[in-house]
Write a protein that binds this ligand. Structure first.
Ligand SMILES: CN1c2c(nc(N)[nH]c2=O)NC[C@@H]1CNc1ccc(C(=O)N[C@@H](CCC(=O)N[C@@H](CCC(=O)N[C@@H](CCC(=O)O)C(=O)O)C(=O)O)C(=O)O)cc1
Ligand SMILES: N[C@@H](CCS)C(=O)O
Ligand SMILES: [Zn+2]
Length: 744
């Protein structure tokens, strides 16, 4: 059987974060030619590498200077007026939309489905018209041909584009622009056809979420129209991150040429494929290699899935389940990883090799090493599993809130208590100290001393600013997840396993490969040092179990719920140690609580049960007099309001500045009565909020939240900001709070 191979997308930040460095140079010195040359080099490197590895079809337009949704805004010519009015070059207009400029707010940044990648949200209104601008895609086609490579351009499909866009006119639904948008796609397809493109990939991940009958009808109309055009390449519609459910029969009833399906997150699709006769005339791109986790594929299982499918489809193409954007480039460079862990891993390059190997095995009937690593758990700790098995309901239950509230009065906080979320700016000096420790230029004692002096400065600054609850500033943390993973057994971390989070910002998700336990306290020495410098309360600062999983690559041999409880028990021990060290307030961050929420409503309750349960297990041992805080950010919270209440934290700080405090009304609606700190300072923007503006936000918050319940704080941690921004912003925050207090 002639089976071909492909991947749905590829990382673009560069194996050594070359694009990050080129972007940051450009933003500092404006040398566009240098940035463009580096981008061209990275694109060519990717295409040639994929070709050399033997991939049959190479995806195009997977490179982006910042984000694929932002590219689509440029492609469709829907740049909001406020950016056009700046009169900048195309490139600088693009970056202005991503980062803001001259007091103009950027597009909103939000999470891409249930991943840790952030996209920029297109803004559409009732007057929006599309003006196609396909130069980027066409130029890349030409560039690739110069290297002897033909690409399958990847663009976001029209449905997903509209469903992820934001309406900026009242009573206006972006979906009402569909007819105009489909015309623009028709024009695009004609131009790609004229450019000699064979296949184009339209990504429609929005189909794996619950869709209304009207949306399914829009789906049918869209692809009926696009697929009956005479001047077009062959159309591959890709869904990923789940099961398209009722959207699948609708989609395949249209005359599109192929469909890509994620058989890793939805293995049940294999049976559905067999039951859809129209697929016997189409190409099915079978996502059998997990594109978003790092475990080697069980090749024998994947092979038998492909063999089953081959009888039910017109043509089979082997692929990854989704774009490889979400995993690092190359495990081969990770020479410090425990070999027992490393041999179980496949990063993007190795996933491509797996896809190619599967293709050969099917086409040439060669035998592959089954590669099944199941049953070879490393760090198999019976004691950890026994402890999880022995968890009692009461372990997730603190004293009643009223009792806690009375016990916590001794902390002595005013109404409208002010605080920050934890991190202070990660300065060049802090990062350099960590790099110097890594390369041996300084020793551990010197590094520790530098961190202590940073903590002392941060404490003194907060006292001077007049904040009520202080933090130590998290200078010692390279990342809020990696820092803990480095200290927990059962977790590995990488040297170069960078994954793009947004724009030039990257993270190195740790690898949770076995049973998790905490050999030693992880934060106590920093927290107690900070507390020793002040009579004001210092918050201990931990990352919660759900976020520890969401921002890691997690073992897939047991339910997430069990792994979450293992991490929670390690954190519970840390909480106990912080309490024993005299810390009276402990924050357990769960910014990813919303992110892991299942894409379909039907799966959400079970998720919220275990995720909230894990948080409560981590915090359940805190005595009544210890105030537990949590912090959530990066999303809209409507769907998890009951979960937030369920966390039972004494104080919840939450992103709100950009949503104008709407979250408070949602919380009030579920009878939320514990402390709440809606962020009044949007830390995602370099802008310093003025005192009057902050007073207005605090007063808006007081409209739905009583003063003795309300906290005043920024939206999120300050690590990405500079002191020139943070210092005046926090001074305005305390000043605004004092003024509002006089009116209470
Ligand atoms: C809160 N967010 C986080 C998410 N996921 C996480 N895992 N962590 C998060 O904090 N998801 C949602 C959001 C996303 N937001 C951000 C915000 C900022 C960053 C970011 O700044 N990333 C840094 C890398 C951070 C890091 O790991 N730093 C290390 C290594 C620093 C480094 O690059 N060192 C250089 C040498 C530097 C020198 O010599 O001066 C080197 O090694 O070459 C550290 O501090 O030690 C980034 O640079 O992109 C990410 C997500
Ligand atoms: N404590 C962390 C939370 C970020 S979501 C910080 O302040 O950076
Ligand atoms: Zn945050």
């Amino acid at each position: 059987m002639n089976t071909t191979t492909t991947v749905l997308g590829y990382p673009r930040i560069g194996p050594r974060r070359e694009l990050k460095h080129a972007l940051e140079h450009y933003w500092a010195d404006g040398d566009a030619a240098q940035l463009e040359a580096e981008a061209r080099r990275l694109r060519a490197e990717t295409w040639l590498d994929l070709k050399a590895r033997g991939l049959d079809t190479i995806p195009g337009n997977t490179f982006s200077y910042y984000d694929q949704m932002l590219d689509q805004v440029h492609l469709l010519g829907v740049v909001p007026d406020r950016f056009r009015a700046l009169g900048l070059s195309d490139l600088d207009t693009y970056f202005a939309m991503a980062r803001g400029r001259d007091g103009v707010a950027p597009l909103e940044l939000t999470k891409w489905f249930d991943t840790n990648y952030h996209y920029l949200v297109p803004e559409l209104d009732r007057d929006t018209r599309f003006h196609l601008n396909p130069d980027k895609i066409l130029t890349e086609l030409t560039e690739a041909r110069e290297h002897g490579v033909d690409l399958r351009p990847v663009v976001i499909g029209p449905l997903t584009f509209l469903l992820l866009s934001k309406s900026t006119s009242p009573d206006f639904e972006p979906l009402s622009l569909l007819n105009h948008l489909v015309d623009a796609y028709a024009d695009l397809l004609a131009q790609l056809d004229a450019a000699g493109v064979d296949w184009v990939q339209l990504d429609e991940p929005a189909l794996v979420q619950d869709r209304t009958p009207a949306e399914l009808d829009a789906l049918r109309r869209t692809y009926d129209k696009l697929a009956t055009l005479t001047e077009r390449p062959r159309l591959l519609v890709a869904t990923y991150f789940g099961d398209p459910g009722p959207a699948l029969p609708v989609l395949v009833s249209t005359p599109i040429d192929g469909v890509a399906l994620d058989l890793v997150s939805a293995p049940g699709l294999v049976e559905q494929i067999a039951a859809l006769p129209s697929l016997q005339r189409k190409t099915v791109v079978a996502g059998v290699v997990d594109g978003r986790n790092v475990w080697r594929t069980a090749l024998g299982d994947a092979l038998s899935t492909c063999a089953t499918l081959s009888g039910s489809v017109g043509r089979l193409e082997i692929s990854t389940s989704c774009s490889l954007l979400h995993i690092p480039y190359d495990v081969e460079v990770e020479d410090e990883l425990d070999p027992r862990v490393r041999e179980r891993l496949a990063f993007a390059r190795q996933k491509v090799d797996e896809v190619v190997l599967l293709g050969r095995a099917l086409s040439e009937s060669i035998v592959v090493d089954a590669g099944n690593t199941a049953g070879r758990l490393i760090n198999d700790e019976q004691a950890v599993r026994d402890r999880v098995a022995a968890i009692q309901t009461g372990d997730r239950q603190r004293a009643p809130y009223d009792e806690r509230r009375t016990a916590q009065e001794s902390i002595g906080l005013p109404k409208l208590a002010t605080t920050t979320i934890g991190s202070f700016p990660q300065t060049v000096e802090i990062r350099r100290a960590r790099a110097d420790l890594r390369t041996g230029r300084i020793d551990q004692a010197t590094y520790d001393e530098r961190m202590r002096s940073e903590i002392a400065e941060v404490i003194a600054r907060q006292e001077d600013i007049g904040l009520d609850v202080l933090v130590h500033g998290e200078p010692e943390r390279n990342d809020m997840v990696q820092y803990f993973a480095e200290q927990l057994d059962g977790y590995a971390t990488t040297k170069l396993g960078w994954v793009q989070s947004y724009g030039s910002r990257c993270v190195r998700p740790p690898i949770l490969y076995g049973d998790v336990s905490r050999p030693n306290p992880m934060t106590v020495r920093w927290a107690s040092y900070a507390q020793s410098l002040t009579s004001k309360p210092v918050k201990g600062m931990l990352t919660g179990p759900v976020t520890m999983l969401a921002w890691s690559f997690v073992r897939d041999d047991q339910p997430l719920q069990v792994t979450a409880d293992q991490v929670a028990l390690a954190l519970r021990d840390e909480v106990a140690d912080l309490v024993a060290a005299g810390i009276r307030i402990i924050q357990v961050d769960e910014p990813a609580l919303r992110e892991l929420l299942p894409l379909r409503e039907a799966d959400r309750k079970a998720y919220l049960d275990w995720s909230v349960g894990a948080f409560r297990l981590a915090t359940g041992g805190a005595p009544a007099a210890v105030q537990v805080h949590t912090h959530l950010c990066y999303s809209e919270f409507g769907a998890v309001i009951a979960g937030i209440d369920g966390l039972d934290a004494d104080v919840t700080t939450i992103e709100a500045a950009r949503s104008r405090m709407e979250v408070l009304a949602d919380l009030a609606a579920v009878g939320f009565r514990r402390g709440v700190g809606p962020g009044v300072y949007d830390i995602h923007s370099p802008r310093v909020p003025g005192t009057e503006e902050l007073i207005a936000l605090i007063q808006a918050a007081l409209a739905s939240t009583p003063a003795d319940q309300l906290w005043i704080n920024p939206d999120c941690g300050l690590k990405t900001r500079t002191y020139a921004e943070v210092d005046p912003a926090l001074r305005n925050l305390t000043k605004a709070t004092q003024q509002v207090r006089t009116t209470l």
